[in-house]
Ligand binder design. Structure first.
Ligand code: ZN
Length: 313
């Protein structure tokens, strides 16, 4: 039993839309649905295994009680979280703590380094990524004076782009963008700026300026990642990022492709196509955990995947 299919959890967001239904074919609740938590052991949106021997079990319980499925980790909490985001409007400008800051400031196990594969982007779509300040003092002054146009760096994006957002990097996803996000298992966000938006009752959303300034990297001028690509039997593997928190790959796979054996779990999200993996049917929008395996797992059909793992620690 190498493949655990996870039931997606949908989250309503002020900035969300309907593309998780129209583009991905999910049956989603009414309203502005901004996020699909595809694979998660976070209490704010827990994955449940859909079928097989572990049907009905949460991912957190499996991590706790059947660690051999995942690898020889000493981590007490499942480390990764996979989401699809549909930004029909701009998300607030935000920054996340690293592991040490998350523990010190919030008592949380993980900080939040994240990365985004751009699945769809409307013409002219932009992200915010990094800032122009050269010292903490300058950052603090510009935040206080609301010099946002000068401070925030804008980054145009198109489908297929990849963005690495380490903890400490100020960022925002702009309207008209759908991304697949691979992140540490954290829900801690420090909001820096919300475009002075108000809700139906005229209220603004809370900002967390002191924490944000404390955890923001200075200076910080990140750019898009240029992935490396290699052809393998039955497909193509693109390395998007390999870092301490996670490794992320984009794969085009078809008949003849095999998922090689590994001593640790992997996560697969299907962005397009359909087929099977080790005889298990997969289609666009499916998210699965591949457990530790000593046999290659064969693919049939034709699919586009985002695959991630975390080194054993
Ligand atoms: Zn974020």
């Amino acid at each position: 039993m190498a493949i655990l299919t996870c039931t997606p959890v949908f989250q309503e967001r002020l900035w969300g839309g309907r593309k998780l239904e129209t583009s991905f074919g999910y049956s989603i609740p009414k309203g502005r649905i901004g996020e699909c938590w595809g694979i998660s052991a976070h209490p704010n949106g827990m994955s449940v295994i859909e079928s097989g021997e572990f049907a009905g079990t949460t991912l957190a319980t499996l991590w706790e009680e059947n660690r051999e499925l995942f690898g020889a980790y000493t981590l007490d909490e499942f480390p990764l979280l996979i989401k699809l985001l549909d930004a029909a409007d701009d998300l607030s400008v935000q920054v996340h703590p690293n592991d040490e800051e998350a523990m010190r400031l919030e008592g949380e196990r993980y900080g939040k380094t994240e990365c985004w594969y751009v699945v769809e982007a409307e013409e002219g779509a932009e992200l915010i990524l990094g800032h122009s300040a050269t010292t903490k003092e300058e950052l603090s002054n510009k935040v206080e004076n609301g010099e946002w146009d000068d401070l925030l760096r804008r980054q145009p994006v198109k489908a297929g782009d990849f963005v690495f957002v380490p903890s400490g990097t100020i960022h925002a996803i702009g309207k008209g963008i759908v991304i697949l996000e691979t992140q540490q298992s954290s829900d801690t966000t420090y909001r820096v700026y919300d475009f002075d938006r108000t809700d139906d009752e005229g209220k603004t959303r809370e900002l967390h300026l002191n924490q944000a300034i404390e955890v923001t990297t200075v200076p910080d001028c990140p750019t898009l990642v240029t992935p490396t690509s290699k052809n393998v039997s039955g497909g193509t593997v693109q390395t998007l990022v390999e870092t301490e928190e996670f490794n992320v790959y984009r794969m085009d796979v078809r008949d003849g492709f095999a998922v090689h054996p590994l001593d640790r779990f992997r996560l697969i999200s299907v962005l397009d196509g359909e087929g099977t993996l080790d005889g298990v049917s997969l289609q666009k929008g499916d998210h699965v955990v591949v457990t530790v395996t000593n046999q290659p797992l064969q693919v049939s059909g034709s699919m586009e995947w985002i695959v991630s793992d975390r080194m054993t620690v």
